[in-house]
Design a protein. Structure first.
Lengths: 293, 259
């Protein structure tokens, strides 16, 4: 994914003179060619995330297209007010690409975890939130959106899906149709969801864009009245959107997501997955329980 | 003097309109009014008929709570009508307690939360350089605002990238000294790599001369020594007036004192 980030952004720097890349002192080696080719538009701006976001708003006000890249908690949580005021309130376009989704940096401890990002950014009106989960999906979604005049958050994860789908910004992808329940898989949750549901007669909807939320996809694929939503961040972000989507029909919703607690263990992200129940076996169990209701 | 008369008229309007609306930071507006007037009257290359001209100079009021001062000047310079100016603070007015770039002609940035406008100005200055546009960017911050870390982050950035098209004016009225001293801002900006100049922020000739300091390779910081509430004796350097609205009697006294 990170290689694709470099490839995609570098190709856009080559074709669009308005794009300016700001790195928060990460990815500098990866973008070494871009530094050489476009020294006037590629900056290792330093470790000052709040000012970087405001500065990028100044670029945006002047007709340029900022692309800011750093680690999720510093980009989102440290600079939240700048994203809210300088981009959201001012209705400016900008692209914010994070790495270190949820507990990707498990061994670095909670300062480097960021499972809250999607939830808190969803409070900014107009903020687009995208979770590309293969290299190809990032390339597609970035190219579809980077000039659209909205603030857009691209949440890159170390965890990826094995297969890319023919996805479109703002649209859920119908992976398979079934009768007994609907499973909503957000971003990298698709991989365990596919493994969990291979023998189950359920619908699978795959969301790479969560904001704006594709209301129609849920509305048209929730006839069973049973929905299980699998989110790779703090759980609870999409349930209210789902309820709004199906209104006035009623549904039962089961949520699987990161619990609201500090994950103080270290190790590998996969060990945390197991501990939190983000496994195919556990998801299958929960889907079967929902079907049996 | 014409300027003095203009300033007196604008002080009257700020007092009357702020009092009528029951909103606004009147002394903060008076602290920066002379600077804003000289900027818009004699320095900025801006056109009220084409406020988003790509070649214009940019001005950001980073201490957005002084908006009454900015609105008074923008109204005088015909960016909007007197009727709009007098609607300040009402439900559907274009003009609020902090300026909104999507509503107010001539306003470059929506500010309010301190420490945002200045880094946005740094971004604008960088953008103008990238686009080879020979315009200048001016930001007005408060010395209290200089408590914010982003002011110093941005100072580092502007000096590092040698943004000589950027000028930061500091409204140094010492009103937040009671909380945190930011002593000797001139030296601080100098250490951060800026050219600096210190002036009387109410002397129009000094303001004009400072704003026309020959451009070097570095960004320019103008430390403007000001008096919060300048021009209205009862408010001058009295912290209780920060966000207070005069009573009818106080308004009458303040207006009479201007005559």
């Amino acid at each position: 994914m990170r290689k694709q980030l470099v490839k995609t952004v570098q190709s856009i720097l080559a074709t669009d003179d308005n794009v300016v890349l700001l790195l928060g002192d990460i990815g500098v080696w990866g973008f070494r060619e871009a530094f050489k080719l476009y020294p006037e538009r590629v900056f290792n701006i330093g470790i000052l995330e709040q000012s970087t976001i405001s500065l990028s708003a100044g670029l945006s006000m002047s007709g340029l297209i900022p692309v800011v890249h750093t680690i999720a908690p510093f980009l989102v949580e440290r600079a939240y007010e700048q994203l809210k005021d300088d981009f959201g309130y001012q209705k400016l376009g900008g692209n914010f690409i994070s790495v270190g989704a949820s507990y990707d940096y498990a061994a670095l401890g909670c300062t480097h975890h960021c499972p809250a990002d999607v939830g808190i950014l969803s409070n900014i009106p107009g903020m687009e939130i995208i979770l590309p989960s293969t290299a190809q999906e990032f390339d597609t979604l970035f190219k579809q959106t980077y000039t659209n005049g909205h603030p857009t958050y691209f949440r890159l994860s170390e965890r990826q899906n094995e297969q890319s789908y023919n996805i479109e910004f703002g649209k859920a992808h119908l992976v398979k149709q079934g009768k007994l329940a609907t499973v909503i898989a957000v971003g990298s949750m698709l991989k365990p969801v596919l493994a969990a549901c291979q023998d189950l007669d359920v619908t699978i909807l795959y969301y790479t864009t969560v904001f704006p939320f594709d209301v129609e996809a849920v509305r048209q694929n929730s006839q069973s009245g049973k929905i299980i939503v699998c989110e790779p961040y703090y759980s609870g972000v999409l349930a209210p959107k789902i309820l709004e989507a199906v209104y006035p029909n009623s549904v039962v919703i089961k949520q699987i997501g990161v619990p609201r607690q500090f994950l103080t263990n270290y190790g590998k992200a996969e060990e945390h997955d197991k501990e939190l129940g983000f496994t195919a076996e556990n998801i299958k169990q929960k889907v079967e329980r929902l079907i049996a209701l | 003097m014409l300027a003095t008369n203009e300033i007196k008229k604008m002080i009257s309007e700020i007092l009357e309109i702020g009092s009528k609306s029951g909103e606004g930071h009147i002394p903060s507006a008076l602290s920066v009014l002379d600077i804003l007037w000289v900027l818009y009257d004699r320095v900025l290359k801006v056109d009220s008929k084409n406020p988003r001209d790509i070649n214009r100079d940019r001005f950001i009021l980073s201490k957005g709570h002084a908006s009454l001062g900015l609105y008074a000047v923008l109204a005088r310079k015909n960016f909007f009508s007197d009727e709009v100016w007098r609607s300040f603070g009402s439900f559907d007015s274009l003009l609020g307690g902090h300026p909104d770039r999507n509503k107010v002609p001539g306003v470059e940035a929506s500010t309010g939360s301190l420490g945002h406008g200045f880094p946005m100005a740094v971004g604008m200055a960088l953008a103008l350089r990238i686009k080879n546009t020979p315009a200048r960017v001016f930001a007005l911050i408060g010395d209290g605002e200089a408590n914010e870390g982003t002011i110093w982050e941005s100072s580092l950035l502007a000096a590092h990238h040698k943004l000589s098209n950027l000028c930061c004016i500091v409204d140094s009225n010492h009103s937040t000294d009671r909380a945190l001293l930011v002593n000797n801002l001139s030296e601080k900006f100098k250490y951060f790599g800026w050219d600096t100049i210190e002036i009387d922020g109410h002397d129009h000739d000094e303001i004009y001369a400072a704003l026309n300091t020959p451009i070097s390779r570095e960004p320019l910081a103008i430390i403007a020594n000001t008096i919060k509430g300048h021009g209205v004796k009862m408010m001058e350097n009295d912290p209780s007036w920060h966000h207070r609205i005069p009573s009818a009697q106080e308004l009458g006294e303040a207006l009479s004192s201007l005559k």
